[in-house]
Write a protein that binds this ligand. Structure first.
Ligand SMILES: Nc1ncnc2c1ncn2[C@@H]1O[C@H](COP(=O)(O)OP(=O)(O)OP(=O)(O)O)[C@@H](O)[C@H]1O
Ligand SMILES: [Mg+2]
Length: 442
């Protein structure tokens, strides 16, 4: 086998097998990473660029097939090879279905391992194609973006169109909707992904420092500037700069930005010598820039330069079909992190999540799931959800009904929202439990 530089992650609870695999792989000059559990493997996958996953199926706590499912969803381009001591038809079928291209039975010879790895890595392109089309078909994830709703699919379509060029992009949406995630997807899914991605929170840097932080400064530009220094723009050269909360940029920063967009060059603070830069700018905000323009706090000319391509990330309440997919993702994430297992959710609790309005959007949903996973044992049910969610009652457009019927319906709704807890419902309705029964029966 030729000298290889690929990173291979091996996952097996049997240390002897791990050592054996590592010895063979090292003899072929692969870099190896070892994990004795799915939890460790997920951690390594997060932190490292892995080129091939070799995993056992039968492992305590979380099974290897769950790892394969996770990898197929989150790293669809990553080739997978299953090594198992217990081959069964079900195992093979499930593994093949989830995109595993090869399968090796213990005990195996060095030659068999070599053949399997060559075949798996050789099939990489094929796998890439298969998984990309299947992702497009069921639309469950794109990079880190989860969602199958039409609104998310539209966002993904725009990302596909802009990811390989350097057009300036403007992302707007409420807090927690995933604006930064979209910006990262544009950068990391496209052909400039190996160049830097620099995220700058314009609201997080004191106003008097933002200018020099962004564009750099020259020696003597201001007190304390004892040498020339590059800014975020120079650091992002060749790649992407993400200007988050752009509405917080001062007028000085705004006019410098305008120059960057118009001339494609940057002036360091204190310098007259422009530097040519090749940077894609992605700006984001959750404030209303149009209103800021009217008030005179945001430059209109800059606004039009920034909004060459606009992406609007819809609030979660307007794309509720995404909720179950997101819930599944976060249950997996926090189940592995806090409970060493897959945490499930009852249909009743799912229904509560579906009904809620999510003013804090996906960030709020993630926090709720994280908290519920910590509170529950193995299954999240309504009792683990925050009260604010349980007692939210929304009013869909209703036909005109007699008062009595509306009353009945409303009581029923409160009962549903309280998971049929008559005492709680009575408390909310301001009547006693007996009255609830009476009103429902006549
Ligand atoms: N479609 C999605 N799929 C999976 N995770 C998501 C999705 N959208 C958002 N998230 C997660 O929700 C959290 C908030 O997302 P992000 O930081 O991108 O939001 P934002 O719009 O930039 O919010 P803010 O305006 O408050 O800065 C992050 O942890 C992100 O990973
Ligand atoms: Mg953000």
């Amino acid at each position: 086998m030729k000298l290889k530089k690929e990173n291979i992650l091996i996952v097996d609870d049997d240390i002897n097998i791990l050592e054996l695999l590592q010895r063979h792989l090292k003899s072929w000059s692969f870099h190896t990473y070892k994990a004795v559990s799915v939890k460790e493997a997920v951690q390594i996958l997060r932190d490292t660029n892995i080129d091939l996953l070799i995993t056992d199926l039968k492992m305590p706590e979380i099974d290897g097939s769950e790892l394969i499912k996770f990898v197929s969803e989150h790293y669809p381009k990553l080739p997978k090879l299953v090594v198992t001591g217990y081959p069964s038809v079900q195992d093979s079928l499930a593994a093949i279905k989830s995109g595993v291209v090869d399968y090796l039975t213990k005990p195996f010879t060095k030659q068999e391992l070599e053949n399997a790895i060559e075949k798996t890595l050789g099939n990489k392109n094929e796998i890439t194609n298969v998984s990309e089309s299947s992702v497009a078909a069921n639309g469950t994830n794109y990079g880190e973006i989860i969602g199958g709703s039409e609104k998310i699919n539209n966002v993904i379509q725009i990302i596909e169109r802009v990811k390989n060029n350097k057009a300036t992009i403007f992302i707007k949406g409420e807090s927690g909707t995933g604006k930064e995630l979209v910006a990262r997807a544009i950068h990391y899914q496209g052909k400039f992904s190996r160049a830097p991605f620099i995220a700058v929170n314009c609201g997080g840097i004191p106003e008097n420092l933002l200018e020099s932080e962004l564009f750099g400064y020259t020696k003597g530009a201001f007190t304390g500037a004892d040498k020339n220094r590059d800014g975020f723009f120079q650091a992002a050269n060749g790649g992407t700069i993400f200007l988050d909360e752009i509405g917080n940029a001062s007028t000085a920063v705004q006019s410098r930005l305008l120059r960057v967009l118009q001339e494609k060059e940057v002036l360091k603070v204190g310098s007259q010598k422009p530097e040519k830069l090749d940077v894609r700018i992605i700006a984001a905000t959750n404030s209303d820039l149009k209103e800021m323009i009217n008030k005179g706090t945001f430059r209109e000319d800059l606004y039009y330069r920034l909004t060459v391509v606009e992406i609007e990330v819809a609030p979660l309440r307007n794309r509720k079909d995404d909720i179950p997919l997101l819930v599944e993702k976060f249950l997996f994430k926090y189940g592995v992190e806090f409970k060493d297992r897959f945490v499930k959710i009852t249909p009743e609790a799912s229904a509560v999540l579906q009904r809620y309005d999510w003013p804090g959007n996906i960030r709020e949903l993630e926090n709720v799931i994280q908290r519920s996973v910590i509170m529950c044992d193995k299954v999240v049910d309504v009792s683990h959800l925050p009260d604010a969610l349980k007692f939210t009652i929304d009013f869909p457009k209703e036909e005109l009904l007699p008062l009595k019927e509306i009353e009945k319906k409303y009581i029923q709704k409160v009962l549903n929202a309280t998971n049929n807890n008559k005492t709680k419902a009575a408390e909310i309705l301001g009547i006693d439990r007996k009255t609830i029964r009476l009103k429902l029966s006549d």
